[in-house]
Every structure is written in C-alpha cells, then in structure tokens.
Design a protein around this ligand. Structure first.
Ligand SMILES: [Fe+2]
Ligand SMILES: [Fe+2]
Length: 280
C-alpha cells in the first residue's frame, strides 16, 4: 500500500482542486507546512495541536485537516461566504439582493477573525516539522454535487412531484448520510409538503442561516438543504410561518464526509495511505 513515491503537500492540494474543478486554492484552504514524498498521512475534520502530536506518535509523514486550522485560511475564511451569493443567484435570488444578504456575514466574519490566534496550530506543525495542510471548500463542492445528483436521480424515479420526505429519502441514498448517527432532520416545514424547487447549500463556507434561507424562500425556493443550522436560526425561520418553505438539515460531519471520502479514495489510488480520525 505505501510503496508509492508519495505526494507533496502541493500535489495533495492539487488532487482536491482538480476534483472540484478549481483553478486556485480557495481562501479557506492552505498549506501551512510544506512537505515532499508523503506516503502515509493522517486526516481529520478538525486538527489542532493535540492531533499533530498524535500524528507524530503514529509516525505519519503529514497531516490533512478539513476545516481551516489557522493562518491565512482562518483569517480569509469569511471571503468564501461570497460563494453563497453565487449559489443564491443560481437559485433565482437577484444578484444585488444576494450580495446585500451575505455582505454583513462576511464583514462580521472578518471582524471576528481579528480575535483568532491564527498562528497557534500552524506553529505546532512547524516546530514538529510536520507537513500540514487543510482542504475545505473543494471537498465540500464535490459533496454538494453528489447531494444534488442524489436528489435529481431519486426524484426522476418517482413519477410525481417530490415531497419533503422524498428529499430526505433521496439524501439518505448517500451512504455517508444513511449510515450517520445524526440522521436527516426537517427543523422548518413538514415531511408531507411538496418539496418545490430545491437548493442545496453546501460548499459555501458554512450555512447561510436565517437571512439566506429567507431570501431563497422569497425567490420561490421550496426546500433548502443545509448541512447544519443554529437552532435560533431555525426558530426565526419557523416564526415566519411560510406555507411553502422547508428546511432540511443533512448533518454536518456526515455531509462533510461525502467529499472527504472521495478525496481519500483519490489519495489511496495514488498509493498514499490515509489514517482516518476526527470524523472520518
Ligand atoms: Fe465541509
Ligand atoms: Fe464542516
């Protein structure tokens, strides 16, 4: 298994970019410590100082995180929320309105990032001499496409307009979601309602909360799929008492895993052994 020449941290990043069809590294992903010839790596959704020490104990050649783990990826993370504007426009929200809805979240995120000790985890990797990178948006984009395909494929077999329950069933055809302990939830709306037009909001930094969902409802979207949502945001949406709007939540780690598992398979195909932890 580990007989290949290994991959550099840049080559590992390039594998993810190619899968997502991206030309450049997005703002929420970064190589913190460069490395060459990585034949055995540890990957987890969240990597901090303890996990880097564990990696050293396990004797791996490098570590891959999914979520931003510091440095520029943490400081610039809010910029990828701009992807929410693109997804909203695709779903029929006027561009100007979409920008106005997302801009406050980006501004808040940039201000919040000022508080972060962005150097903490990367400094541990640096001192350990442990090659370290995180790949966030590209893998979520891959996952988003799988979720949309699953919904389209399942809906085509129905011979009638899908209900919200059908969207839940469609998402549950994805093994990562079907096998997850979290399950799929419908915090806003009802299972027996028509799903209407469906928008999957994944691969956009994080969920769009109340304001994005409200704008989508205004544009005639019947069902929004978030991978997670704060309970307060769901409460605010429920309080609108919208007859034709539903929110489906597919589970954070389960949904992150969709893209991650395809990425791990690509690394293994290149004879890089991947030790899975923290959600994998
Ligand atoms: Fe993710
Ligand atoms: Fe995530």
């Amino acid at each position: 298994m580990t007989n290949g020449p290994g991959l550099s941290t840049d080559e590992i990043m390039a594998v993810a970019l190619e899968m997502a069809g991206m030309q450049r590294i997005p703002d929420d992903s970064a190589v913190y410590v460069d490395g060459q010839g990585l034949r055995r790596v540890m990957m987890g959704v969240d990597i901090g100082a303890a996990e880097l020490l564990l990696a050293r104990q396990l004797g791996v050649d490098g570590v891959i995180a999914h979520h931003p783990a510091g440095g520029a990826a943490t400081l610039r993370f809010p910029r990828v929320l701009g992807r929410q504007v693109e997804l909203m426009v695709e779903a029929g929200v006027p561009a100007e309105e979409a920008r106005a809805v997302v801009q406050p979240a980006i501004a808040r995120g940039m201000l919040r990032a000022q508080a972060a000790n962005f150097d903490h985890t990367p400094s541990v990797a640096w001192l350990l001499g442990m090659p370290f990178l995180n790949v966030h948006l590209p893998l979520d984009e891959v996952g988003r496409r799988v979720m949309i395909e699953a919904i389209d494929r399942y809906s085509e077999t129905l011979g009638r307009e899908p209900t919200v329950a059908d969207i839940v069933e469609a998402l549950s055809t994805i093994p990562e979601i079907r096998n997850a302990p979290t399950g799929v939830m419908v915090p806003v709306g009802r299972l027996d309602r028509p799903a209407g037009r469906v928008a999957v909001f994944h691969g956009a930094g994080t969920n769009g909360g109340f304001p994005v969902a409200q704008a989508l409802a205004g544009a005639g979207v019947g069902t929004v799929v978030y991978i997670h949502v704060a309970p307060e945001e769901a409460d605010r949406l429920r309080a609108l008492h919208l007859d034709r709007f539903n929110l489906v939540v597919s589970g954070h780690i389960a949904s992150d895993l969709i893209g991650i598992n395809l990425f791990v398979a690509e690394l293994e195909r290149r004879e890089v052994e991947v030790i899975r932890m923290s959600g994998l």
